[in-house]
Design a protein around this ligand. Structure first.
Ligand code: PLP
Length: 383
């Protein structure tokens, strides 16, 4: 019977992150730099609001798009922080994490045979969703452009089948987009029948410049879906709150997909989200300054060990090259785990363009970082 199951589902690969994490569980004393989520607890005032929501019996469905108060707060948050203007009545949907926002956005846009352009290496959550739509991921190799999706390279990949371009967030490379990068991408796409999905999940964790969104550019605003959420900004991965912002003609269709798959985001979490987006509007600042200290420490240690590394401009990952060891990323990561008891993610977990790199997450304390880097240093000395 197995061969009767959906071909697209069967053909999705199990992620290398998963394969590797399973291997890492065999080393209970290993230090893990493989973590893809903040290491801080959700701020107390947000947790209290969640508890209160239960006590006040906010345990029923909400409207499909989410509580209007939460949509208003989300729209206000975006306007204040990034100058993005969306109407909470018909341009905002509260979803079950950014993952669901990406899923419903892609399912709304794509048909069988369409192509989606995205840079590689990239977050591995996009390709399976594209595949489930019967569409194809077309990668732009960004390993020679400091992991940046450049407008001219993007233009080369456009065909008559291209229906969407994904502008990703800083996972796994720490690469971010400035205004000029986005203007040149918008220039390529503005007159084409191509949608843009802008994944802005790390928007509150930008170290150098404030976050810029391509949707602020009027020539592409009407074809762009912005995906954001509270998982990273407020350390709320388990609460599952994402947010999709798009012009009303798109959200009207997306809402149907959302309605028939999840009905609404968890009501209790929506109440906590309201607190995060209002009282907690600047909660990420403290966490960001901690990540920044760690980023500087990690980059300094890597450079001192002779790694070729781009300084991350956002999020909590660094993506050093291991090409000088002439070893496959997966094998390097396995050896590091077995011999030094340090877990990192092989670059190939982020498409084939990640070969020759590893992802190190600094979502862990300074003490853990120090111990882990001491172990990496001794490991390299023996190599
Ligand atoms: N987009 C990127 C770039 C991510 O790194 C992640 C999570 O790691 C997500 C989306 C999914 O976020 P969520 O946990 O809100 O579904």
């Amino acid at each position: 019977m197995e061969d009767l199951l959906n071909k697209n589902v069967r053909e999705i690969e199990v992620s290398e992150i998963r394969k590797f994490s399973e291997m890492a569980t065999k080393y209970p004393n290993a230090i893990s730099f493989a973590i893809g989520q903040p290491d801080f607890p959700t701020p107390d005032h947000i947790k209290s609001r969640g508890k209160l929501a239960i006590d006040e019996n906010h345990t029923t469905y909400t409207s499909n798009a989410g509580l209007i108060e939460v949509r208003k707060a989300a729209a206000d948050f975006l306007l204040k922080k990034y100058e993005l203007a969306y109407n909470p009545n018909n341009e905002v949907i509260i979803t079950s994490g950014a993952s669901e926002a990406l899923d419903i956005a892609l399912r709304t846009i794509l048909s069988e045979g369409d192509e989606v352009i995205l840079p590689g290496p990239v977050y591995p959550g996009y390709e399976p969703l594209i595949k489930l739509c019967g569409s194809k991921s077309v990668y732009v190799d960004t390993t020679h452009t400091k992991f940046k999706l450049k407008a001219d390279l993007l233009a080369e990949k456009i065909t008559e089948k291209t229906r969407c371009v994904i502008i990703p967030s800083a996972n796994p490379t720490g690469c971010t987009f400035d205004e000029e990068d986005l203007m040149s991408i918008a220039e390529v796409l503005k007159d084409k029948d191509i949608f843009i999905i802008s994944d802005e999940i790390y928007s509150e964790l930008m170290f150098e410049e404030r976050h810029h969104s391509i949707a602020t550019i009027p020539s592409v605003r009407e074809k762009t879906i912005v995906v954001n959420g509270l998982s990273k900004s407020h350390s709320m991965t388990g609460w599952r709150i994402g947010i999709a912002f798009a012009p009303a003609y798109i959200t009207k269709q997306m809402l149907k997909v959302h309605q028939y798959s999840t009905t609404c985001a968890t009501t209790i979490s929506q109440h906590a989200a309201l607190e995060a987006l209002t009282v907690g509007i600047n909660d990420s600042e403290e966490m960001k300054s901690e990540y920044l200290k760690r980023r500087d420490y990690v980059v300094e240690r890597l450079v001192a060990m002779g790694f070729d590394v781009e300084k991350p401009k956002g999020a909590f990952y660094v993506f050093p090259s291991i090409k000088r060891f002439a070893q496959k990323s997966f094998d390097f990561a396995v050896e590091l785990l077995e011999e030094a008891q340090v877990a990192v993610v092989p670059g190939t977990a982020f498409t084939q363009y990640g070969e020759g790199y590893i992802r190190i997450s600094f979502a862990c304390s300074m003490e853990v970082l120090e111990e882990g880097f001491n172990r990496i240093e001794s490991f390299l000395k023996k190599k």
